[in-house]
Design a protein around this ligand. Structure first.
Ligand code: RAM
Length: 903
């Protein structure tokens, strides 16, 4: 709800814990934030006030008038929040002239860590199932161990005639659950409860089921599958499955507030009854097999005879690991109609969805004979004969099966407990398949999309789209490396290099808040971060340079983007412990010991010496830990880490940098790390920048970096005064380049620069994903460089913007970003010797604008000479630009075009 006043900045987009209207939060002092919009130039808030009320409408917290013009969030500090309670809150923003505007929202608490859980963990009798044995270390593949069927659990209950005032389901599983109430699905979350290290923490979800409860008999009906808990995940043949347990378990409490004031709780216990489901198996990597011969229609509705179901077994009564989910859930976010359905055999069709993505298909089948099978296989690409290529999936079968039952007629098959990374599906077993009968269902954490980018080069627009699809396909519970093969792990370096791009594309604050718990949780007691989080047997625990460092880099960047200091507070001890760990084992400040598997600049065409990569990251992590300490007011720690960072930088220069600025190895990534992390004194930095430019030019111009260097190429070249080279790299089409895959039909970003070449065909199937986001970390520069929409260095939460377009040879570009402060927009266009630049700055922010022009005298704003324009202060001129500072509002600059006719 928003109260409009034409004269004050208007709050909107209210969030609690970075989520809109969250149900079931466990944070006792949640962050309440809002954004501001205004149509008036110079409109800025003078003060704000937040008022929180309980369900009875009584105030539980009133901040009073806060004199903080740039406030965009407050941390709740009122009366202790009660569990399972709804609170409404309102923010009022007042402008300097006294005009005000307000908006309101709500949040609801979950169990708030309360000890009043009464549900037991329940399961089907494992002896009745062919379970996967937990493998011993050293034991070989589980492939022949078979998978156990998913199980069902049900619990009838009576409800009075009067509808309930409120009903909430608090639920989780060791495994995956889907709950139904009276035949209707509860909520729209997918693959719940998601992946955490279940030994340390298990997320529960809260669902509002008030509308699903009916008078008389009701029934709660759950399906439980293996998921990350007991199914297959990862690539280690010695331990592909059963990482945490052998069979799934459910824990749930339904709380009903009846109209007569009674509070009733229905919890998982031995009154629930269980039975094998018709899902013969359901596994994230293998796929799902629905055998309708075993279906028991009506099982999820009242009046079903469940006498032959067995009582559930209690497997535990512990609740201490339960915490409310903090990330936006995975949802079926969109649907893709097939681009083409091709008949390739008597009962065989190949479906092209036109887009590589993560999810599943929904297939309508008619008149499937009893015992007949429809088999769906998934793949990202086709081989040279036009057939589905699956070698790169390694041991992930990614195959779904439906077997006909007694019912015949029409059935809709949509797997629930698996997902695949694919563009193509091969459907076997149907004599005919219409496009209308098959749909691609896209799954990912439903992070609100915040970024838009467009420009005059369709290739760059497609690159931006592919990068977005890489993000969508890999933000599934944790940030994964890839969605298709037997891996799908939360690799730390992939996540840190891609984070700046991810943060522009979408609001990922809550998503990363959730995953950072896993990153911290995986850290060893002596301070060592891991390579993947959650930790997984088979992947070396000891974090490699650039991988372990993500435990420091991620919180810092999230703090800068969202202005939420808790990213630093919550991670600070872990950050210090990591730096201390590296330091303790490398007292001479050259990081050689405890480098884990040292992946270096992973998959780089030109490798960078390992010690250079390690030294640069050691300095970077130490420097950011020092900065975090300053922000948090931990001045002693700050001084200590600042001194250490300076010594690590000096050591780096002494050991690896020659007096002429050459860095050992003489590679792009070596220079990129040193320049981006500020490791070099000014004179050497200038020489290193020249050497970097020379190397880029000599390569084509082209990139020769792997994962760690790639995202730094364009921004560092830009900072070194060579945006022209950044553009040249962006628009290169030979391998290696970002556009090369587009020439070969890519709709996502590839793991390798040369995943496929006409000369060599596919890269080694042992490691060749077509949907890996790491190389897509160039995406941030499309917003920040090409369009010119960036946050100023030193700013947090987009308080100070840096608008600095780099037109290159393009005719126009524009970007929009929904920041935590409100909407930021930049658009520029060159035509007829003129450059037009439009900029929107939200209230409570300011911007430094660099107007590209050959003639600073020519710059006008809304038709007036820029020096006379309201809200604009000219700062000076630089090579090819006029710099000015602007307050909030919308601006239209025009200037003589710096770069002559548009090609
Ligand atoms: C690969 C993963 C990931 C990378 C590691 C080192 O298996 O796909 O992208 O970070 O190796």
């Amino acid at each position: 709800m928003t109260g409009h006043s034409p004269d004050a900045p208007t709050p909107y987009g209210l969030r609690c814990e970075h989520l809109a209207e969250p149900l079931g939060i466990d944070e006792g002092s949640p962050l309440l934030s809002w954004r501001l919009a205004s149509a008036r130039r110079g409109d800025a808030p003078a003060s704000c006030r937040v008022l929180v009320r309980d369900e009875a409408g009584l105030p539980v917290w009133d901040t009073g008038e806060i004199d903080a013009p740039d406030a965009a969030a407050v941390r709740y500090a009122g009366a202790p929040l009660r569990p399972r309670a709804r609170y409404r809150w309102q923010v009022t923003v007042t402008a300097g002239d006294g005009a005000s505007a307000e908006a309101s929202s709500w949040f609801e608490t979950g169990r708030l860590g309360a000890a009043d859980w009464r549900a037991s963990w329940i399961a089907h009798d494992p002896d009745d199932l062919d379970v996967i044995d937990a493998p011993e270390e050293g034991e070989l593949a589980l492939a022949d161990h078979g998978l156990s069927p998913a199980v069902r659990l049900r619990r009838p209950f009576e409800a009075p005639a009067a509808p309930p005032v409120r009903a909430r389901l608090y639920i989780t599983a060791r495994g995956l659950y889907e709950m139904r109430l009276n035949g209707r699905r509860v909520g729209d979350h997918e693959l719940t409860p998601g992946w955490t290290d279940y030994r340390d923490r298990i997320d529960y979800q809260t669902h509002d089921v008030t509308e699903l409860v009916v008078a008389g008999e009701n029934v709660l009906a759950a399906t439980l599958a293996d998921g990350w808990w007991s199914g297959f995940v990862g690539f280690d043949p010695r331990r592909l499955g059963a990482h945490y347990g052998n069979h799934p378990q459910l824990l749930a409490e339904l709380h009903i507030d009846h109209a007569d004031g009674r509070h009733e709780v229905i919890a998982t216990d031995t009154t629930w009854r269980t039975r094998r489901s018709p899902l013969r198996y359901a596994d994230l990597l293998k796929g799902e097999c629905l055998d309708l011969r075993r279906e028991t229609p009506g099982w999820d509705r009242p009046s079903f005879a469940d006498e032959d179901w067995a009582p559930a077994r209690i497997t535990g009564t512990d609740h201490h690991l339960l915490t409310a989910s903090v990330a936006p859930p995975i949802r079926a976010v969109r649907e893709l109609a097939p681009r083409a359905v091709t008949r390739v055999g008597a009962d065989r069709h190949l479906v092209d969805f036109g887009q590589n993505f993560a999810g599943r298909v929904r297939l309508t089948v008619r008149d499937l004979a009893f015992g007949a099978r429809v088999v769906i296989r998934h793949g990202e690409v086709l081989d040279e004969d036009g057939a589905l290529y699956t070698d790169n999936l390694r041991t992930a079968d990614a195959t779904d099966v439906v077997i006909g039952g007694e019912d015949g007629g029409e059935l809709v098959f949509e797997p629930r407990f698996t997902y695949h990374g694919f563009r193509y599906a091969e459907v076997v077993g149907l004599p005919a398949l219409e496009a209308a009968d098959i749909t691609g269902v896209v799954l990912h954490n439903d992070t609100p999309w915040t970024g838009e980018f467009a420009c005059s080069d369709p290739d760059l627009e497609r690159l931006h789209a592919n990068i977005g699809w890489g993000q969508r396909s890999n933000f599934l519970s944790v940030p994964t490396d890839c969605p298709q093969r037997d891996e799908r792990l939360g690799w730390l370096a992939d996540a840190q290099v891609f984070l700046p791009t991810a943060c522009l594309n979408a609001d990922v604050a809550a998503f990363f808040e959730g995953w950072l718990r896993e990153v911290r949780g995986a850290q060893s007691p002596d301070g060592c971060f891991t390579n993947v989080a959650p930790r997984l047997a088979g992947v070396a625990d000891q974090g490699a340079p650039g991988w372990g460092d993500a435990g420091v880099l991620l919180p810092w960047h999230l703090y800068r983007t969202y202005g939420d200091e808790r990213f630093l507070e919550r991670n600070f001890d872990a950050m210090c412990a990591w730096v201390d760990f590296v330091h303790r084992h490398n007292p001479d400040l050259v990081w050689r010991d405890r480098v884990g598997p040292h992946y270096a600049d992973w998959l780089a065409p030109v490798p960078t010496p390992r010690e250079v990569v390690a030294g640069a990251y050691f300095a970077r992590s130490t420097d950011l830990t020092a900065r975090a300490a300053r922000v948090l007011g931990r001045d002693d720690a700050a001084a200590r880490y600042e001194a250490l960072a300076a010594r690590v930088r000096e050591t780096f220069t002494d050991r690896f940098v020659s007096p002429d600025g050459t860095i050992e190895g003489d590679t792009q990534t070596g220079y990129l790390l040193a320049l981006a992390f500020g490791l070099l004194p000014d004179d050497l930095a200038a020489r290193a920048a020249e050497r970097l430019a020379a190397l880029v030019e000599a390569a084509g111009p082209g990139p020769t970096t792997g994962f760690l260097g790639v995202g730094l190429l364009a921004p560092v070249l830009d900072e070194c005064g060579r945006p022209d080279l950044a553009h040249a790299l962006l628009r290169r089409t030979d391998a290696p380049s970002w556009l090369y895959p587009l020439r070969h039909g890519a709709t996502t970003v590839w793991e390798r620069w040369d995943g496929y070449t006409p000369e060599r065909g596919f890269q080694a199937p042992a490691m060749n994903s077509f949907n890996h986001y790491a190389l897509g970390s160039v995406g941030a520069w499309l917003y920040e460089g090409v369009a010119g929409l960036a946050q100023a260095p030193g700013s947090t939460g987009y308080r100070e913007l840096l608008i600095r377009p780099r037109p290159g040879g393009l005719a126009w570009a524009r970007a929009a970003y929904e920041s935590v402060r409100g909407p930021v927009r930049v658009g520029w266009r060159r035509a007829d010797g003129e450059l037009r630049l439009e900029v929107s700055v939200p209230p409570s922010a300011t911007a430094t604008v660099h107007v590209p022009t050959g003639d600073p005298e020519s710059v006008r704003e809304s038709g007036s000479p820029v020096a006379d324009a309201a809200g604009v202060t000219v700062l000076g001129t630089g090579p090819g630009t006029l710099r000015c500072r602007v307050v909030s509002g919308d601006y239209r600059f025009t200037a003589d075009d710096p770069s002559g006719p548009v090609p």
